[in-house]
Design a protein around this ligand. Structure first.
Ligand code: G
Ligand code: MN
Length: 498
């Protein structure tokens, strides 16, 4: 017994001495983590009892004391910053490792903060952030550790928590932030979304735990859930996106896209009204190729792709002209391109380079993309038309434009969405709809094109409904330039321009 007490006392003495040395070394090194690792290895030389009951809590306290010297706290809320948060996670990971425990990280994203800043100004926004910090501080146990890890993100570290126990905690956080914030006679409601990651199931180091909690947060946001727990599948989604991004960039650089052309045909005379240029990505799987346009719009690659399409199509028109075929071509342009890129200047330059008349070029913009910013899009479409280009409203019927907008639409052509045409067989109501769109379009002076004319029966219906022009597999599937010309020569070699 006496011997044991002596051993413990000796260990305590060693520990205190080392702890002083630790404090000094902390001032010297700027790496908190480094100092921690050094002292944690002490756990190997002192007895576990002393290590866990005395040394470890002391070390934690020392870290918290030392951090103030290095401005590791956020000025506004007084909460630890991301750097200190990461160091605390690492510290708790080491402890959890020894005790075979779990720990959870919750990233907390109060919604509408940027809105509040915009509407009420940053001073009020800052006070709300402070108030959020205050509410969060009252919510957790002493062993929990909350932080403000970025301008609009808070986080909390919960030792020993796991996937099951976080449910109650996220509920409490949501309740706490649910109450309106009363600041300067203004009462502001803010929502909250959270992402959770758990050590060791989702990551084994501090920064990966935060990163994966953030991935879970994005998932919760897109699913409109209060919170989401990280799942390895979510990361493979992210990896897929990173890979797709790389592959599209490579495809652009290596000129891996191809244009195919699909005819638009006058239903009565069977003459060619023009062709639509459609991008194809031969080396990609159909699933990947199907994501090309929407994904490129999301990540800002669409501008480069549209420019490639425009330049390739106009070059092709020039070549056909040299061979004696004057063929009008439509290109699909995202309205986002019209608004945010210099495509309106790029297109005329291409036409000049390849000596193609703008009257032969139709730009197809979808109704829905025009309706995102109708006034601005109308202005740009008017500009394009004043230079001689034609404008077609694509996928018409799916974009919620009102009749007033249709009346004012600066367009030459209306393309009725495939879904309406395909429903024609055996559906009298679709007949009514299609014949009304056709009449309306024509009354407004537009050429009306039916998309998705897949068979003879649909063609008959469309003729009954008074539609002039059709496009679809019944006439020809989209084809490479050479095939298209062979079909054209064999089929009619007649163009009907208007
Ligand atoms: O949105 P936009 O109209 O630009 O889309 C044209 C797409 O429709 C092209 O990908 C083309 O391959 C496809 N397409 C063309 N004709 C038909 C058809 O008759 N049936 C079906 N299902 N798709 C078609
Ligand atoms: Mn189109």
């Amino acid at each position: 017994m006496v011997i044991m007490i002596a051993v413990v006392l000796a260990e305590l003495l060693i520990m205190l001495l080392l702890n002083d040395a630790f404090a000094v070394s902390m001032e010297d090194t700027h790496m908190l983590g480094l100092a921690m690792t050094d002292t944690l290895s002490l756990g190997l030389v002192v007895s576990p009892v002393v290590y866990f009951t005395l040394l470890l809590p002391l070390r934690r306290k020392t870290i918290l004391e030392q951090e103030s010297m290095r401005a590791l706290r956020d000025d506004l809320t007084g909460l630890p910053t991301r750097r200190l948060f990461e160091e605390m996670i690492q510290h708790e990971i080491d402890a959890a490792n020894r005790n075979l425990n779990t720990l959870a990280v919750i990233v907390i994203d109060p919604a509408r903060l940027s809105e509040v800043n915009q509407i009420f100004g940053y001073t009020l926004g800052d006070r709300i952030i402070t108030a959020i910090g205050e509410r969060l501080k009252t919510l957790f146990r002493k062993s929990d550790f909350e932080a403000r890890i970025s301008g609009d993100e808070f986080a909390v570290l919960l030792p020993e928590a796991d996937e099951t126990s976080v449910a109650g905690i996220t509920h409490n956080i949501s309740q706490a932030l649910h109450e309106p914030f009363e600041v300067d006679d203004v009462s502001v409601n803010i929502g909250v979304t959270m992402g959770v990651s758990v050590f060791p199931h989702h990551a084994t180091d501090a920064s990966s735990l935060i990163q994966r909690a953030r991935i879970a947060l994005s998932k919760a946001k897109s699913d409109l859930e209060l919170y989401a727990i990280f799942d390895h599948e979510l990361e493979s989604d992210t990896q897929d996106r990173v890979r797709l991004y790389g592959e599209i960039r490579r495809a652009i650089e290596e000129d891996a896209f191809k244009l195919h052309y699909q005819p638009k045909v006058y239903l009565d005379s069977q003459r060619l009204a023009g062709v639509e240029a459609l991008i194809r990505w031969p080396e990609a799987s159909p699933q990947l190729a199907a994501k090309l346009i929407t994904f490129s719009e999301q990540v800002g690659l669409i501008d480069q792709i549209t420019k490639w399409i425009v330049s390739e199509a106009v070059w092709q028109m020039g070549r056909w002209q040299d061979e004696g075929h004057v063929i009008p071509v439509s290109v699909n342009i995202s309205a986002r391109d019209l608004l945010h890129s210099d495509i309106c200047d790029y297109l005329p330059v291409q036409c000049e380079t390849y000596r193609v008349s703008p009257e032969l070029v139709t730009i197809e913009v979808t109704e829905s993309s025009v309706m995102e910013h109708p006034e601005k899009s109308f202005e740009l479409l008017r500009r394009m038309r004043s230079m001689g280009f034609r404008v077609a409203i694509d996928d018409f019927g799916t974009g919620y434009s009102s009749l007033t907008y249709l009346r004012d639409m600066p367009a030459d052509e209306l393309k009725i969405d495939q879904s309406f045409i395909m429903a024609l067989d055996g559906d009298p109501k679709s007949h009514v709809l299609v014949s009304l769109i056709v009449q309306l379009g024509r009354k407004f002076g537009l050429k009306v094109v039916a998309e998705g004319v897949e068979n003879e029966s649909l063609l008959r219906h469309l003729k009954e409904d008074g539609c002039q022009i059709g496009q679809g597999y019944h006439f020809l599937r989209p084809q490479p330039a050479g095939e298209l010309i062979r079909w054209y020569v064999r089929h009619s070699s007649e163009i009907e321009l208007s």
